[in-house]
Design a protein around this ligand. Structure first.
Ligand code: GAR
Length: 208
């Protein structure tokens, strides 16, 4: 059984998709064991409490640097016996202290088709503002393993949606969440827990 920790910073709709997937029996080989928030007021914490998942706050403000915060996180997650870390709207870039401790065992969801509209500073609504300003006709979401390069790790799953002429950043964000993110993230977690993902270089192979 893979113990899963979900790292959050905000509303937690992707966390909710994971909670619902677990309740629907999608993770016979995994268990949502911890939700860690970078903010004590994130609504995602309420979702976790309602689902009976232990919650933790690792407040960035209490650490001198991002590096110190992620080193503390790595210790805590190892202590809890976590085997898979899921970044679900976690707004800090992880440093090698955590990335090296969990090689190909940290999954991130990004609200664009990587390598478009990604990298440092590209998160949340900004991603959709950039996509609309560029004039792309499709966008979507990507689930990928986390490496030392921000949004640069091996891609696990991607899904696209059409960009509509009347789209605002908010409507595009919502469509990508509903049609891509909330489906891809539980699927990727399921594949990981079932031992179906293997990584060769930057290529992810998915077993039948
Ligand atoms: C999601 O759209 C997620 O893809 C994005 O933040 C949102 C969090 O929403 N993540 C990033 O931009 C990471 N670069 P949620 O808290 O409702 O899941």
């Amino acid at each position: 059984m893979v113990k899963i920790a979900v790292l959050v910073s905000g509303g937690g709709t992707n966390l909710q998709a994971l909670i619902d997937a677990e309740a629907a029996g999608m993770f016979p080989n995994g268990k949502l064991a911890a939700v860690v928030s970078s903010s004590p007021t994130a609504y995602a914490l309420e979702r976790a409490k309602k689902a009976g998942i232990p919650t933790y706050v690792v407040n960035r403000k209490e650490y001198a640097s991002n590096q110190e915060m992620t080193a503390a996180l790595a210790l805590q997650l190892k202590d809890l016996g976590i085997g898979l870390i899921v970044l679900a709207g976690f707004m800090y870039v992880l440093t090698p202290e955590l990335v090296d401790a969990y090689p190909n065992a940290i999954i991130n969801i990004h609200p664009a088709l990587i390598p478009s509209f990604c990298g440092e500073g590209c998160y949340g609504l900004h991603v959709h503002e950039k996509a609309l300003a560029y004039g792309v006709k499709v966008s979507g979401a990507t689930v990928h393993f986390v490496s030392a390069v921000c949004d640069g790790g091996p891609i696990i799953l991607q899904k696209a949606v059409d960009v509509l002429p009347e789209d605002t950043p908010e409507t595009l964000q919502r469509r990508i969440m509903e049609e891509c993110e909330w489906k891809l993230l539980p699927k990727a977690v399921q594949l990981f827990c079932d031992g179906k993902l293997s990584v060769e270089g930057r290529i992810v192979r998915i077993a039948d």
